[in-house]
Write a protein that binds this ligand. Structure first.
Ligand SMILES: O=P(O)(O)OC[C@H]1O[C@H](O[C@H]2O[C@H](CO)[C@@H](O)[C@H](O)[C@H]2O)[C@H](O)[C@@H](O)[C@@H]1O
Length: 360
């Protein structure tokens, strides 16, 4: 499937959905729609939603994987065009943009710090990556912004000095500018979707039950949102899975459905996402509208695009998408895989250390 053939408008799909974004890309799919009763008013529409969902699920099947064991010297074998340079190749330019500014680092977890694996519970980051992230956080405020719930992503990263924004930014724990009685920074918690917890719990139980009929399907709760994984589901069962998920969501107009890497994501239909979380975190770090910060956001998924857009719209900072294949993105640069993210972070730490040495 080529990029050109799958980028579609909602009119072309004619599916009666309120699609916010309808772009199918070679490796990943992305679509977002409210799943409310109001949108699905007859059986034909329900069927259309199911077939559209299956099309998106199909498009999220990686077709090409070429193992890269070591850091490549150049990006010459990449299919990304000149519009999105390789971040490692532009390293000097990126660090020189930080002159006189504080770098603030924002990192997605799955597919960015850890490689994509079949079992979501086994998505461990390497010790080497953990060390690099730890060093990064020594020099720059560093946040992990993940679709996973905060506790789960902390369980993988296991670094106490970081900021964690779980559930696609709907569960934030960040430092505040005010001090506690011991003189340390107070922590701020922010959970804009807490009123949805009972609904998410209810839908989790229903979906767990329904997915028992679909071999290989896995429902994961991320506290304020749910993931229905179909990586291990036979393609012949995808329509049945989509049918089950959309028929449940029909009863919950307050929830929305989006598509990630072999996963259907269900979350509250509120105006909050990783981009909003990024803005919130910049503010709580004391950089609301200031020009004295260079935010760097690295992520691989559709949900990270909201953060890339915030940086692009602010005309500030650096968005880096992690992907081996070129895709529609608001990020400025790309890296191919987590090992390249690690080299990029190592480079930043080294650069910071050498600038300290030079000024000593
Ligand atoms: O925002 P992220 O930190 O990237 O989280 C997004 C989802 O990541 C996880 O699923 C993805 O990674 C799994 C492990 O490699 C893989 O098996 C799955 O197919 C991917 O979709 C996580 O399990 C989800 O809950 C997150 O929403």
């Amino acid at each position: 499937m080529t990029k050109q053939s799958v980028v579609a408008s909602d009119a072309k799909l004619g599916n009666g959905l309120q699609a916010v974004s309808l772009q199918l890309l070679p490796e990943e799919s992305c679509m977002e729609f409210s799943s409310g009763r109001n949108l699905v008013n007859n059986e034909t529409e329900q069927e259309k939603i199911v077939s559209t969902s299956v099309a998106f699920m199909r498009a999220s099947s990686p077709r090409r994987t070429r193992p890269t064991d070591s850091l490549p010297e150049t990006d010459q074998d990449s299919c990304w065009g000149v519009d999105h340079p390789w971040a490692l190749g532009m390293f000097e330019k990126i660090v020189s943009a930080s002159r006189g500014k504080q770098i603030a680092m924002f990192l997605d977890y799955d597919g960015t710090l850890s490689p994509i694996v079949v079992d979501p519970d086994q998505a461990f980051m390497s010790e080497e990556m953990r060390e690099v992230v730890k060093d990064t956080a020594r020099y720059f405020p560093t946040a992990i912004v993940s679709g996973r719930c905060k506790e789960k992503v902390y369980g993988f990263v296991r670094l106490p000095g970081l900021i964690y924004a779980g559930s696609h930014g709907m569960d934030i724990r960040a430092p505040s500018k005010s001090r506690n009685e011991k003189g340390g920074n107070k922590a701020v918690s922010f959970q804009p979707a807490s009123e949805f917890l009972p609904t998410i719990d209810e839908v989790y139980k229903i979906l767990e039950e329904r997915m028992k009929a679909i071999p290989g399907a896995k429902v994961e709760t991320n506290k304020f949102c749910l993931s229905v994984h179909f990586r291990c589901v036979d393609e012949k069962e995808w329509a049945a899975l989509a049918e089950q998920v959309t028929s449940v969501l029909k009863e919950y107009p307050e929830l929305k459905l989006t598509y990630g890497r072999k996963v259907l994501e269900i979350s509250p239909a509120i105006n909050w996402n990783k981009g909003k979380a990024l803005e919130f975190l910049l503010k709580s770090l004391g950089h609301a509208n200031s020009d004295d910060v260079l935010p760097i956001y690295i992520g691989d998924d559709r949900t990270d695009e909201d953060a890339f857009k915030v940086l692009r719209d602010r005309g500030q900072g650096v968005g880096i998408v992690v992907s081996k294949v070129a895709k529609e993105t608001s990020a400025a640069y790309y890296l191919r895989e987590p090992s390249e993210v690690m080299y990029f972070l190592k480079g930043l730490v080294e650069w910071k250390r050498s600038s300290f040495r030079a000024s000593a």
